[in-house]
Design a protein around this ligand. Sequence first.
Ligand code: UD1
Length: 421
Amino acid sequence: MDKLVITGGRRLAGEVAVSGAKNAALPILCASLLTAEPLTLSNVPALNDIRTMLKLLEQMGVKVARDGDSVTLDASGLGNPVAAYELVKTMRASVLVLGPLVARHGEASVSLPGGCAIGARPVDQHIKGLTAMGAEVSVEHGYVNARATRLKGARLFTDMVTVTGTENLMMAACLADGETVIENAAREPEVVDLAQCLNAMGARISGAGTDVIRIRGVERLTGATHRIMPDRIETGTYLCAAAVTGGDVRLTGTSAGYLDAVVDKLMDAGCDIDSEKSPSHEAIHLKAPRRLKAVSIRTAPYPAFPTDMQAQFMAVNAVAEGTAVIRETIFENRFMHAVELIRLGADIKIDGNTAVVTGVDKLTGATVMATDLRASASLVIAGLVAEGETTVERIYHLDRGYERLEDKLAALGAVVRRQKA
Ligand code: UD1
């Protein structure tokens, strides 16, 4: 397995381009299942999760053509509505094929994603919603099997805010008979990006970005072209990397508007942040102080502080001045990076879903092991500021969600190399 070897202590400076959003691209790739016409997407990031999703779609009979950061998907020959365990187990977002398949193909068989490192993560809300729309759903032998001649519009309420749940039901409702209303919907920008793509395909969705989404079902959707929004979590990760190193960094192709909660916290920590916006380009510029101040955070659904940035802020707080309290309210087991940060010298106490982080004057390099995608990112951030060499093992997690991470960091002046297995 590849490792990342980081020599800490370099101040990050310069400019780097942010890639398209993984969490917008994944559902939008699945939207291709809703039409027999080609869907062309640009700004698709080159990530392992995207390759996994394309493989899954190809197994179902979708033709995929890649050209640089563009992908054209043609689901006119959709034949095999099965998402098998072998691929689903590597990526939970595979469940996003469920709604589109039932809606257009009338049946689907999707392996249950099972547990993952950060918690149980069931899909009961996806199933509840599809059932309310008239699908017959059973769970057998580890698979969710669903069928419906035509889904019917319905009033849906999810017990908690679920991002992929909202996306799955919104896609399914596009081809349903009548109007669907999703209450308690996720308001994440990726849900809005998906709705914009679906509307370009002829769907009639309003309210995306609020907690009530209305979808008037149509008979069929058409092909379209759509540009994937910038990755706000990649953006936030580079901002944190720049911040801990006392850096001065400009991120292009991204917008501060997608991550107000994160930008606010970095400003509270003492960073200067400006956003540039013109019709032709958008960018964020961060200039960090010599030492950051500790900032407490509490994760919650958008627009509050994202759980996908919690681990990176633990690394930030590990070297800041003062004590921060970090509360994780979305996932029950998302502090695994803490023990690894402690191995680098961080002072962190965990009690249930709360971590108390007291900033130390310096971290020291060590070998650490990544346990999930964002945990890995926090270890890289810590490695950038730690004294000496930090080796991050199991970086296949990073390759799932960060495009050319080591190249982008190196372009900002970090000393980082990939050691091939
Ligand atoms: C998405 C993101 C992930 C992010 C998460 C929370 C994608 C591909 N992934 O994951 O990066 O960390 O949102 O912002 O967009 N839940 C249930 N039953 C369900 C669905 C969810 O109990 O049917 C629970 C989950 O266990 C979790 C919470 O609801 O505790 C939120 O999960 P959810 O928003 O669904 O996360 P994902 O969509 O899987």
